[in-house]
Design a protein around this ligand. Sequence first.
Ligand code: NAD
Ligand code: UGA
Length: 427
Amino acid sequence: MDICIIGAGYVGLTTAAVLADIGHTVYCTDVNEQKINKLQQGIIPIYEPGLTEMITKNQDEGKLFFDTDSERHMADCPFIMIAVGTPSARDGSADMVYVKSVIAALSQTIHSPKIIIMKSTVPPGTADWMEAELQQLGVDKGLFEIVSNPEFLREGTAIEDTVHPDRIVIGAKQNEAAMNVQELYHTLQTQFLITNRLEAELIKYASNAFLATKISFINEIARICDAYHADIMEVSRGIGMDQRIGARFLHAGLGYGGSCFPKDVNALNDAAQAKGIRLNLVQAVKKINRSQVDIYLNKITHSLGKRSDKPRIAVWGATFKENTDDIRYSQAIALMKKLVRKGYGVYAYDPLVSSELSSVVWCSNPYEAVEQADLLVIATAWSAFIEADWPKVKALMKRPVIVDGRNCLDKSALEMYGFDYIGVGRP
Ligand code: NAD
Ligand code: UGA
C-alpha cells in the first residue's frame, strides 16, 4: 500500500519505519525543511534505539521516502496517516492548531478515495469534527473515511513497542475502513480491537491517565514508606505480584514527565469539564506529581543543612526518562530550575543533552560533574549512571551523598562504598 504520513516526529518516524519494514511504500512528510533535509541524507533528527537502522534499511530498499511536499503525497496515496503534535494549550486543552492546518491541506488535495488515519492523540469527538470540517470545506463525503488509530508506543522503546504492541485499537464508522487499516499491520502478531471512533479516542486518553495514576499512587505510598521507614521497593514488589494489579508502572521516583502524560492528563480533564464532569482522581494524580519534585528538594536542602558557602550539586540526567533525547516536561529539568532558584551551583551531565538551562553548568562526562560536589542527584535512570565507577565518584565528591531520584541504584552497595544514600521511600 502507498501511505502518506504527516509529521516526522517520534510517532511519525517510528510508524513510517515499521510500516515500510512491513512492506508498504511510505512517504513521510513534515513542514520542517531542516528535519526533512537531514532525513533525506540518512541523518535521524531524534534519538530512538534501532530507528536509524530501520529507516536506513528501508530508504535503501526504496520503500521509505521523506519530503516536505505533503500535498502531493496526500493527493497520491490512498492512506493518509496524521502524526502531528497535539501539545497542551495554555488552558490545558489539546492545542489542535497542527491538526487544523492538516485539515486545511487535506481539503485541497482529496480528489480520490482516502482513508485518513488519526495517529495523534486527540480529544474525544475529533474524528467526527474533522469529518464535518472537511465537508464544510467542500470535500465530497463519499471520498473519505476518518479512522482513529491511537498510538501506544513509549519513547526509548518505540520500535519494539510498534513491532510488538500489546494491542492495536482501530476506531471506525464503517467496518470496511477498519479492516483496511487492520490489513496495513498484517504481519504484526497482536490483538486488534475494533471500536467506534469516540471509544478509540477515549481509550488513548484513559490509558495514559491510568498509567499516570499508577505512578502517582506509588509515589504517595512511598511517602508513607518514608514516614514508617519501610522500603517502597519491597512494597511495590508485593503489590505488583498481584496479577490484578501488575508490576509495571509502580516505580516511585521524581514523578512522570514527557510530552504525553502531563498533556494528556490535562486534555482528559478538559474534555470532562466540557461536559460538566469533574475528574477528582485525575486532579489528585496531577497534584501528587507536581509536588514530587518538592519532596526531593526538601530531602536535598535537609541533607545540605544551613551553609555559609554555595553548595555544589551534581545532577545526572536531564531527559524525562532514559534512552531518549526528549526533555519535554522533564522532572529532571524542573528539579534543576528549583535547585538554581535556591542558590545552589548546579553541574549537570546527560548522555544526550548538553545545553538547556543557561544557569546550569553542563559537563562533558558524569565524573566532571561530581568534582567537589556536596551532593549528587540521579534524575534520569540511564544505565551508564547505574553502572558508574562508584569508588571514583566518591573520591571526586566533597561529600559522598547520593539522592536517587529514580530509586534505580543499589542502596546497600552504595552504603558499602561509604555513600549516604537518599531515595524516596527507602529507609
Ligand atoms: P513531535 O513533536 O515529535 O512531531 C510532530 C511533527 O509534526 C513535527 O516534526 C512537526 O514539524 C510536524 N508537523 C506539524 N504540523 C505539520 C503539518 N501541518 N504538516 C506536516 N508536519 C507537521 O510529536 P510526537 O511526539 O511524534 O507526537 C505526535 C502525536 O502522537 C501527539 O499527538 C502525541 O500525543 C502522540 N503520541 C506521542 C507519543 C510519543 O511517545 N512521543 C506516543 C504516542 C502518541
Ligand atoms: C507514555 C506511555 O507509556 C505510552 O504508552 C504512550 O504511548 C505515550 O506515553 C504517549 O502517549 O505519548 P512515554 O511518555 O514515552 O510513554 O514514557 P513512559 O515510559 O510511559 O514514562 C513516562 C514518565 O513516567 C517518565 O518520566 C518515567 O520516568 C515515569 N515513570 C514511568 C515513573 O516515574 N514510574 C514508572 O513506574 C514508570
